[in-house]
Design a protein around this ligand. Structure first.
Ligand code: FAD
Ligand code: SF4
Length: 517
């Protein structure tokens, strides 16, 4: 440990911590070079331990941190980047910070407010003797910390649509003379198309970032990961790569983004999605930069980007992403323990292997293991829907989503998983559970034709498990959802099923649970 710090005992008045998801070289911190400031970054063992991460996620973070340190150094700043070897002696982030503060004789440590509760708590609780600790905003989101507190209340249900309209108006995005461009706030109804066979799925734009040195480091320290990686990492790991991905998205994919946003196919793994979530969540790109680029592509003379397409995309970032963050901060830490449906089952083991005969689940899980990525509808209506209807413990569902996706950071993963997808928060994020039978998956995908199960059957040995679990869920939770007006139609259908068939469905669902336990 001593050797690490003796290399460059740069006396500095101020230490500034940069976390792995705070890679924003445009932050006001970096606008002036000050020899009295040393920046600190570290590949910490504590961040590898709190959940088992996909190998591509760990590598993407480590590579992006390395590139960021090089860039900041190139801008003239002084920065100490501890790799896993150098950070190994420190049991925690604060132990490393305390050591750096002493080695650099710092009287002040500054940090950008972490987006994750766990880290924010850890830093807020740290009170070193003789060192002032100061937190500043990350300057990344549209909404400031103050805005968040004003708009989101703990324990209250919030809805996206009014929030989104307010955001469009406040930030003047896709607005003309005080009204939404195109005459509508939301083009969701235009945006729910399956992918026709005649439409070619575009090849995703991939990077070739070498992984060898990081793999060696992970092996040396016995870091346990999941999923696969090749010799190259396909994800963007610096701002230039993130920017190239954004440009490619606006040119090639945005013209079809909204239309096929909910479509699923075995012909490709990311369709017309941007795959910008890692770059956004690590702050290589700001949400404003991404939204402005999409709007500029739409406004270009002769643009192929339609209003429904750009609106659909803007809604995800200006709407959903900021909305989810608001709910997270209003409700943490209690949110992490919510389980209103009292779901207790273990996550089926095939979530970790893809070893299932259900074609839709196999596609979603296989590609998650191969690339650390599935698009929103796969996460919500395939893996999430199945776990919800089966009755899986939301802690286990959270751990799976938090580990497996390259973009998974708790503030955005948890309200999407525990809230939107598992309804474990009792409706703070969504007004009803996102459940569906196989019919929805059949309509939106080409999976059912290749499946071992029969999507048209709800009873019998080959009945699609989504059908069995869907009707079983409605029966099991009829007390809770019977009076929800948004569930009335579904409940009416359930009540029309003859009693003898309902019993058969519930027995089949129970047998399925036992077979997966
Ligand atoms: P695109 O479809 O191209 O969308 C553009 C951008 O919009 C995304 O990059 C993302 O930043 C934002 N966005 C879209 N939907 C959401 C949403 N519901 N919440 C917040 N931002 C959104 N997103 C994460 O970034 N990290 C997660 O850990 C995560 N976990 C999820 C878990 C579940 C169960 C579900 C249902 C969704 C989750 N999402 C998460 C939201 C969404 O699925 C991903 O942001 C998206 O699939 C990322 O792929 P993309 O960049 O190609 O997105
Ligand atoms: Fe999925 Fe059911 Fe279709 Fe099979 S039949 S792909 S399990 S929805």
């Amino acid at each position: 440990m001593k050797a690490v710090m003796d290399v460059d005992p740069h006396p500095a008045k101020v230490l500034r911590l940069v976390l792995g998801d705070q890679l924003d070289a445009h932050h006001s911190w970096f606008q002036q070079v000050d020899p009295g400031i040393v920046y600190v970054m570290a590949e910490l063992a504590q961040e590898q331990r709190y959940v088992r991460h996909h190998i591509q996620k760990t590598m993407a973070f480590f590579l992006a941190m390395e590139r960021f340190a090089e860039r900041v150094r190139g801008m003239g700043h002084s920065i100490r980047h501890f790799d896993l070897d150098q950070a190994a002696p420190f049991e925690s982030l604060t132990a490393l910070l305390a050591h750096c503060a002493a080695a650099h004789q710092a009287t002040r440590v500054e940090y950008q407010l972490p987006d994750e509760y766990r880290l924010r708590r850890q830093l807020a609780d740290w009170q070193p003797d003789g060192v002032e600790v100061v937190a500043v905003e990350s300057e990344h989101f549209y909404m400031t910390e103050h805005d968040l507190k004003r708009q989101f209340k703990a324990g209250s249900a919030h809805r996206l649509e009014p929030f989104y309209r307010k955001m469009r108006t406040s930030f003047d995005v896709l607005m003309k003379d005080g009204a939404p461009v195109g005459g509508q706030w939301n083009f969701d109804k235009h945006n729910q198309k399956a992918l026709p066979k005649t439409v070619t799925v575009p090849a995703p734009f991939l990077f070739q970032n070498p992984t060898g040195l990081i793999q060696d480091r992970l092996d040396r320290h016995g870091v346990e990961t999941l999923g696969q990686v090749g010799s190259d990492l396909i994800w963007p790991v610096d701002e230039a790569q993130a920017e190239a991905l954004l440009v490619d998205f606006c040119q090639r994919l945005l013209p079809n983004f909204g239309r096929y946003q909910d479509a699923m196919t075995h012909r490709g793994w990311s369709l017309f999605h941007s795959r910008l979530s890692f770059a956004l969540n690590t702050k290589l790109l700001s949400p404003k930069r991404v939204v402005d680029a999409a709007v500029a592509a739409f406004e270009q003379p002769g643009s192929e980007v339609g209003c429904a397409e750009v609106e659909g995309f803007v809604r995800q970032i200006l709407g959903w992403r900021e909305f989810i963050r608001g709910l997270y901060w209003a409700n943490m830490p209690d949110y992490a323990a919510r389980n209103v449906l009292e779901a207790k089952m273990d996550l089926p083991s095939f979530y970790w292997t893809g070893d299932t005969r259900m074609a839709c689940l196999k596609q979603a899980i296989d590609q998650s293991l191969e690339f650390g990525y599935a698009h929103h509808i796969q996460r919500l209506m395939v893996t999430g829907n199945f776990a919800l209807m089966l009755g899986v413990d939301p802690d286990q569902v959270d751990a799976w989503y938090l580990g497996i996706y390259v973009d998974a950071i708790e503030w955005v993963e948890m309200p999407n998983t525990r809230g939107m997808s598992q309804f474990a928060d009792g409706g703070l994020v969504a007004s009803k559970p996102y459940i569906s039978s196989g019919k929805y998956i059949q309509r939106m995908s080409d999976h059912c034709g290749d499946c071992a199960y029969d999507v048209t059957a709800r009873t019998g040995a080959m009945a699609c498990p989504y059908n069995v679990l869907y009707w079983d869920f409605l029966g099991r939770h009829s007390d809770r959802f019977g009076r929800n007006p948004r569930m009335r139609l579904m409940m009416n259908h359930y009540e029309k099923i003859p009693m003898i068939e309902r019993d058969e469905i519930h027995s089949a669902a129970q047998a399925l649970r036992e077979s997966l336990a």
